[in-house]
Design a protein around this ligand. Structure first.
Ligand code: ADP
Ligand code: MG
Length: 316
């Protein structure tokens, strides 16, 4: 007669091992939104994983088509253009209905602007454009051009109506720029696609704005951009990093970051890197940009509204 206890033990051991023995690691990469997007999944069925990863990448591509300010045909660019055209014709800006995704990002952006006293402000578009031009031309923006552009920056220059899912720009030439939040939102949405497909041990990384789900055996070990030897462990959480170190333009020995202080119109010259972890990637992304502008002291007030976020200022 077979040893019942031994059979039970073997069955139990196989059951315990099954998760780690059958689950494999799958990694995918694609360029979307101008960055390398990485998706890592630990699961059993290759076909399910591949299908879900493709759907997640496609979701990011669609969001780029909605929110990019580099693509003249994006919903965002059409919206701003239409508003300015209506101003030309009628002297006033129309209410414009927008997609669910765009409304959600605009609604969050308004909240971040309010809570950060304007340090985070998606109307920086005209100023960002001047700095992009400055980088191409190799000379700083002219102060009078900056002053003009700053006339179009302000959280009070646009409003939302939740009932009709609409937005209205209150001045001709207002130009949204979702560069500080859209990538985080896209990471969250891609993450959601993977979860809906039944995958749990997942990582979505868009150039350092990332979100992870349940941990694989050994945990998720994430390299941090500001230090070559340091790794952080994350589980069911998101992380984003911002700072002058990553993208800047240099004039007369001064480095101006691609993050703008909306109050001055100048790129930040503060050297520190801000790393945020938060429950979602859009929060981490937006908070990293907002805290970069505010600095360690002034960030405290903003962070009170996000008790589940952790922020670290690193002075390299
Ligand atoms: P990345 O992760 O790509 O380095 P960030 O999340 O740091 O970008 O956001 C920077 C981008 O956000 C800029 O390139 C610009 O498009 C936009 N931006 C710059 N300054 C601000 C600001 N004060 N508030 C909101 N958006 C900003
Ligand atoms: Mg950001």
């Amino acid at each position: 007669m077979p040893n019942v206890r031994l059979c039970f033990f073997v069955f139990f051991a196989v059951f315990l091992l099954s998760e780690s023995a059958w689950a494999k690691r799958f990694a995918f990469e694609r360029i979307e939104m101008g960055v390398l997007i990485r998706i890592i999944v630990h699961a059993e069925d290759a076909a399910t994983v591949e299908k879900a990863a493709n759907a997640a990448f496609d979701r990011i591509r669609d969001l780029n088509a909605t929110m990019s300010d580099f693509d003249d045909d994006s919903e965002l660019m059409q919206l701003c253009r239409r508003s300015s055209e209506e101003f030309e014709k009628t002297g006033t800006g129309p209410w414009m209905r927008v997609s669910d995704d765009l409304f959600s990002v605009l609604e969050s952006s308004k909240r971040f602007a309010e809570l950060s006293d304007g340090a985070f402000d998606i109307t920086v578009g005209p100023v960002v454009r001047l700095w992009r031009r400055a980088r191409r031309m190799g000379e700083p923006p002219k102060p009078e051009r900056l002053a003009q552009a700053r006339e179009l920056v302000g959280n009070d220059l646009w409003e939302l109506d939740k009932k009709t899912q609409s937005v209205r720009l209150k001045k001709k030439g207002v130009q949204f720029d979702l560069g500080a939040i859209a990538k985080g939102y896209a990471v969250d949405q891609a993450f959601e696609v993977l979860l809906v497909a039944g995958l749990e041990i997942v990582l979505v990384d868009a150039g350092g704005d990332l979100r992870v789900g349940a941990a694989p055996p050994g945990g998720w070990k994430i390299a941090v951009p500001e230090s070559q030897d340091e790794m952080i462990s994350l589980e069911n959480r998101a992380s984003a990093t911002s700072g002058a170190l990553f993208r800047f333009v240099e004039f007369d020995g001064v480095r101006y970051s691609h993050i703008i202080d909306p109050k001055t119109g100048y790129g930040l010259t503060t050297p520190f890197i801000v790393r945020v972890s938060a429950p979602t990637a859009f929060e981490a992304d937006a908070l990293a940009s907002a805290c970069s502008v505010l600095g360690p002291e002034a960030s405290r007030k903003l962070l009170k509204a996000f008790p589940n976020a952790e922020v670290r200022f690193v002075d390299p």
